[in-house]
Design a protein around this ligand. Structure first.
Ligand code: NAD
Length: 440
């Protein structure tokens, strides 16, 4: 099929490449000329495992191309996906101006007799589909189109496998013609397809992300109880997770959720429910626990180092999760900035996120280095903030040798407490008992 994706970011570019991989002809549109130029030059503007090869292969096969022209995209496609940002506003509600603008732009280029399915892949509040429909009709009275909701569930860091082998595909539509085309788009993926009305599909995305955030906040609240009682949150999570009704996923105590999706989607769902007159107060508690978790971590650093001013602190990890270069709303960066505010001297290392952190000046005052061992030189504490796999292969005895004080705050329960104690580290994990370090 001929498909167009408007917005070539984490969702649009990866979706476009995966659609091409299963045999569709895909035009990816973006209004950021630098991004389009980079893609034309074979440079992938984001890091996502497996994406570069996928894009190269499909560009070479002439199934994937890039343009800044919505008209070009819409003209050559039966189905037009919208994958533009839906950022939060100050009050938590969603800024839908990107979606509205794209709806107007689509209306402006739809030609008479040209039936198109317009698909909302961005995460949007329930009822947005109706607004997109009204907008296109208002700006193009003769347009022949249907609007479908097709929320995206990919996770950054595993976006390619998530898209190629999704748990489910949700398609919300009210037109048989549009639904038939959408099923054809997804046929090659051999995944379960759930067909709903537009509003239900829109709601599924916010409800799913809010539930996942709730699971994270739940185990983080349990981690605080573990710390107060001497229990081990890892064992508690294992015990809870073995119950098939609950499952082990998303029961990892840590620094709390961050990134470009969860904080905004939870805030949006609160705003949506408030707007509908059915406040979802449980989610406010989820947010509070998330904030507290970060504060507790910073407090434990303060408790150990007392005054942070002039203390040399090393940070491993700046991205909001491993296997991505995405540093938007990253909890590690929020923590780093708090330490800087209190006068600490911070040196950070991240395998993929360093460039974007520097480019957007997200943690001014932090020295970002290219090597994890360089970061810990002379440090009075090491914070492990993102659980990149490569941190497991760094020789810990060397880390200890380089540090001024062998104090480690493990914000992801990445290391084994017994090993750390045996190596002589003063080791603080999340929700785990503190073991006395073995004397050197
Ligand atoms: P992104 O910022 O990475 O990409 C959006 C792209 O849209 C950018 O390249 C931008 O230049 C482009 N754009 C903006 N306005 C445009 C216009 N008028 N015409 C053409 N291009 C335009 O965003 P993203 O992370 O891909 O997220 C997109 C949507 O998908 C959001 O609603 C987000 O909530 C949702 N989502 C994101 C993820 C994720 O993990 N990132 C997962 C599921 C859903």
């Amino acid at each position: 099929m001929d498909l167009c994706i408007i917005g070539s970011g984490y969702v649009g570019l990866v979706s476009g490449a995966c659609f091409a991989e299963v045999g569709h002809n895909v035009v990816c549109v973006d209004n950021d000329q630098r991004k389009v130029d980079a893609l034309h030059a074979g440079k992938i503007p984001i890091y996502e495992p497996g994406l570069e090869e996928l894009v190269q292969r499909n560009v070479a096969a002439k199934r994937l191309r890039f343009t800044n022209s919505i008209e070009d995209g819409v003209d050559h496609s039966q189905v037009v996906f919208i994958a533009v940002p839906t950022p939060p506003q100050a009050d938590g509600s969603v800024d839908l101006s990107f979606i509205e603008r794209v709806a107007r732009e689509i209306a402006g280029v739809l030609k008479p007799g040209q039936y198109r399915v317009v698909v909302d892949k961005s995460t949007v509040p329930v009822k947005t589909g109706e607004k997109v429909t009204d907008t296109i009709k208002r700006y193009n009275t003769g347009a022949d189109f249907d609007v479908v909701s097709n929320p995206e569930f990919l996770r950054e860091g595993s976006a390619v496998p998530d898209l190629m082998k999704p748990d489910r595909i949700v398609i919300g539509g009210n037109s048989d013609r549009a639904l038939a085309l959408m099923k054809k788009v997804y046929e090659p993926f051999n995944a379960p397809i759930l067909v709903t009305d537009v509003s239900s599909a829109e709601l599924i995305k916010h409800a799913a992300n809010s539930f996942l955030a709730l699971k994270i906040s739940y185990i983080n609240a349990v981690s605080a109880i573990c710390e107060a009682s001497g229990a081990d949150v890892e064992k508690v999570a294992a015990g809870i997770g073995m119950d098939r009704r609950i499952g082990r996923n998303f029961l990892n105590a840590g620094l709390g959720y961050g990134g470009s999706c969860f904080p905004k989607d939870i805030a949006a769902f609160i705003a949506i429910s408030d707007d509908l007159g059915v406040p979802f107060t449980l989610l406010k508690e989820v947010q509070r626990i998330n904030r507290d978790q970060k504060e507790r971590y910073i407090k434990s650093i303060r408790d150990a180092l007392w005054v942070l001013r002039d203390k040399k602190i090393a940070v491993w990890g700046l991205t909001f999760k491993p296997d991505t270069d995405d540093v938007r709303n990253s909890v590690p960066i929020e923590i780093v900035n708090e330490l800087i505010k209190e006068g600490a001297i911070v040196t950070a290392y991240d395998p993929k996120g360093a460039e974007k952190a520097k480019e957007y000046n997200l943690c001014p005052g932090v020295k970002i280095v290219d090597c994890p061992l360089e970061a810990v030189k002379g440090a009075e504490a090491l914070l492990l903030a993102t659980e990149w796999k490569e941190f497991a292969s760094i020789p810990l005895d060397e880390v200890k040798k380089q540090m001024h004080t062998p104090l480690v705050f493990d914000g992801r329960n990445f290391f084994d407490p017994t090993t750390m104690a045996e190596l002589g580290f003063i080791y603080r994990a999340i929700g785990r008992p503190i073991l006395p370090p073995k004397a050197a």
